[in-house]
Design a protein around this ligand. Structure first.
Ligand code: FAD
Length: 412
């Protein structure tokens, strides 16, 4: 265990990654001070329910919390909430705060997350134009939705689609406006996009693809419609802008750390400054299985990097690299994705009439599974993850046959 000094470890950003890192540090034996500094008023909480159970009124604050608030006192983790960090002073080893104060550190973990991407279109500042990252955002959306309300979602990504599904559950009408030729274009295969589109349409959601937004139009200062470049006007009572997120890497960049679409870190979550690690949505990290550096935005990634940083700071062996994975819940569908759509030569669909589940296996030219996208098919998801990790060829015909048990197909 490295020598532990007075200011201890400071974690900048009290979200999923920061909160997890604090817990892993204690679990791995760090006995010095730990301070979590974050600008939100709540202790670390889970964001996934914000577009799903929380929006539908099916989750309460306790269900959202990453850990019960008593955990932090018990583990001697100092929480400095409602505290905005303005700058990182590397030479002085301290964070400079908006309230004029400073927090000194011996070691620092940057866990600043990401922020919703903003559009610079006319009408974005109208009332009723919303975004979703925090509980406050989710509460605004929840307050705006209800039977008969018309929601327009700009952006057919996971968050936009999840909110559209939740809106339907609340009795609202929903239209999803996507610039690309299909929803989930950046993050899913064409097969999964088509499947998800069909499910949403069956639930009464209007999905418009290849639709470029020219601006938002209002009446008496409130959004009333979305104007498309082809002249069409989609009327709405509320609009959600869900066009992705940008990493909160400004503090790191201004402090001279290497940043390229996120804070650059190595496989131990180290930045180029020996005193600073960075984790979660704000980073670009190596993904060893695919030999690439990527910014991943997911809970499993936040937890994996929190483990990497905590293990490094505690002088412990690094955890084994994980296959990247993600999930999304829409209606009764549980979508689970493992791996990356990288160098895909062939896609095999496996449909199980008995369960209604479907899985798309994406294979490289050598027959190895690169990614699996499973919808209400958890056995396929779990086996697919193992196949990806093993990097051994799998027989495509067997994968497509629902009569073949998944566990028998995992190469050994
Ligand atoms: P965050 O959890 O965003 O935490 C960063 C924290 O840093 C924030 O609290 C922020 O306020 C704070 N911060 C930033 N700048 C400053 C500053 N200057 N001073 C002080 N504090 C600062 N992932 C999944 O795997 N599955 C899902 O189904 C899923 N659904 C999602 C649904 C929604 C609506 C959202 C928004 C995200 C979802 N995600 C999902 C993504 C997942 O929540 C994120 O990947 C995860 O929260 C990343 O953790 P993080 O700690 O890096 O960032």
């Amino acid at each position: 265990m490295p020598e532990q000094q007075a200011a201890g470890i400071v974690i900048a950003g009290a979200g999923h990654a920061g909160g997890s890192a604090a817990a892993f540090l204690r679990q791995y034996g760090w006995q010095g001070p730990i301070t979590l500094v974050g600008e939100e008023a709540l202790p670390p909480y889970q964001r996934p329910p914000l577009s799903k159970a929380w929006l539908k009124g099916e989750a309460d604050g306790a269900g959202l919390a990453l850990r019960p608030v008593a955990f932090y006192a018990k583990q001697d983790i100092a929480l400095r909430l409602s505290t905005r960090i303005l700058a990182l002073d590397r030479a002085g080893q301290r964070l400079l705060l908006a309230d004029g104060g400073a927090v000194p550190y011996d070691r620092l973990i940057l866990a600043l997350g990401a922020s919703p991407r903003r559009l610079s279109l006319p009408g974005c500042a109208l009332d009723g134009v919303l975004e979703l990252r925090t509980t406050l955002d989710a509460d605004r959306i929840k307050a705006a939705l209800g039977p008969g309300v018309r929601l327009a979602v700009i952006g057919g990504g996971y968050i936009g689609l999840e909110v559209a599904a939740s809106a339907r559950a609340l009795g609202a009408e929903a239209v999803v406006i996507e610039r690309e030729a299909r929803v989930l274009a950046r993050v899913a295969s064409a097969e999964l996009s088509a499947y998800v589109t069909e499910q949403h349409r069956a639930q009464g959601v209007t999905i418009l693809c290849g639709a470029d937004v020219e601006g938002l139009e209002g009446q008496a200062g409130r959004v009333a419609g979305i104007r498309l470049r082809d002249g069409a006007l989609i009327s709405c009572d509320v609009a959600l802008i869900g066009v992705g997120a940008v990493p909160n890497d400004g503090l790191a960049r201004e402090a001279g750390l290497a940043v390229a679409g996120g804070i650059l870190v190595d496989e131990r979550a180290r930045t180029e400054d020996a005193l600073i690690h960075a984790i979660g949505d704000c980073t670009v990290r190596p993904v060893p299985l695919y030999g690439r550096k990527l910014r991943l935005e997911s809970v499993p990634n936040a937890i994996e990097q929190a483990k990497q940083a905590a293990a490094d700071l505690c002088g412990r062996a690094q955890p084994a690299p994980e296959v990247p994975w993600f999930w999304s819940d829409q209606y009764v569908l549980r979508i689970q994705i493992a791996g990356l759509l990288h160098e895909v030569a062939r896609t095999v669909a496996r449909r199980d009439p008995a369960t209604g589940g479907v899985a798309f296996f994406h294979l490289a030219a050598d027959g190895c599974v690169q990614a699996v996208e499973a919808v209400s098919a958890s056995a396929e998801f779990m086996a697919g993850r193992q196949m990806i990790a093993k990097r051994l060829p799998v027989a495509a015909e067997a994968l497509a046959d629902p009569a073949r048990a998944m566990r028998e197909l995992i190469p050994s």
